[in-house]
Ligand binder design. Structure first.
Ligand code: ATP
Ligand code: MG
Length: 224
């Protein structure tokens, strides 16, 4: 590829995607995310995030391989956009076919822990919570994107800093379900930081207003 010198161990083997530790020709660690074949169920679940996103729904491929390439392209585009407005995500490097290459978060092939896997002090949790919420706001306002699967499983913590990952499903704010997805993301953050970790968090209404500048009215954010 020119960007990748060597593919090393597997970092994560999910159902639909595998993440490998790779090394660049210069010797930098890379994360190499490869989308594999999709089940009919996965196909159905990802179509919701493709149809309705004006960037990707002009032509929705029938073949699974083409759909996975589109899914990788969508993730890379989302990473680029988020990175360009200063949201804390791994730096995207290149995408080709069903492969997305980005900055490796961690050291010597050992990935950084997920938020779910770390134990921090209250002050550290407070700092990460406000940083993540600020990123959700920046993503919404400056990238016009809603993550759509934000939780303690898709945030990594490295050197006191958070990194938001797994952005293939992120949609433009014009997507018909964007606000419902945003509310679900905010609920997840409140549940994790408020209920599980136990720090003080704002109300859902306050968080929604902080992110969008709008009032959260009933019926605005229903997922079908
Ligand atoms: N840039 C990165 N640097 C280091 N590790 C990463 C990076 N991106 C992803 N990972 C690791 O790979 C895992 C899976 O990545 P990601 O969440 O993007 O894929 P996924 O499609 O959700 O896969 P899964 O279903 O396994 O969660 C992450 O939980 C994380 O541990
Ligand atoms: Mg994930």
């Amino acid at each position: 590829m020119g960007y990748l010198y060597e593919l090393k161990g597997v970092v994560s083997a999910g159902k639909e995607a595998r993440v490998y530790w790779g090394v660049s020709p210069k010797g930098d660690d890379l994360a190499v995310k490869i989308y594999l074949t999709a089940t009919a169920e996965f196909r159905k679940s990802i179509l919701k995030y493709i149809i309705g996103d004006p960037r990707f729904d002009k032509y929705v491929p029938k073949s699974t391989r083409k759909l996975m390439i589109l899914w990788a392209r969508k993730e890379f585009k989302n990473y680029k956009l988020l990175y360009s407005v200063g949201v804390s995500v791994p730096k995207p490097i290149v995408q080709r076919d069903n492969v997305v290459i980005m900055e490796f978060i961690g050291k010597s092939g050992r990935r950084a822990p997920l938020l779910k896997e770390v134990e921090l002090s209250s002050d550290e949790y407070i700092a990460i919570f406000s940083g993540v919420l600020e990123d959700v706001r920046r993503a919404y306002r400056e990238a016009r994107l809603v993550h759509g699967d934000l939780s303690e499983y898709n945030i990594m913590v490295w050197k006191g800093r958070h990194y938001i990952i797994d952005v293939s499903q992120a949609v433009k704010t014009s997507h018909p379900h964007a606000l419902a997805l945003l509310v679900r993301d905010l609920r997840n953050l409140r549940r994790y930081f408020g209920e599980e970790v136990g720090i003080e968090v704002p109300s859902l209404e306050e968080m929604f207003h902080y992110v969008t500048g709008e009032e959260l009215r009933p019926g605005l954010a229903v997922l079908p």
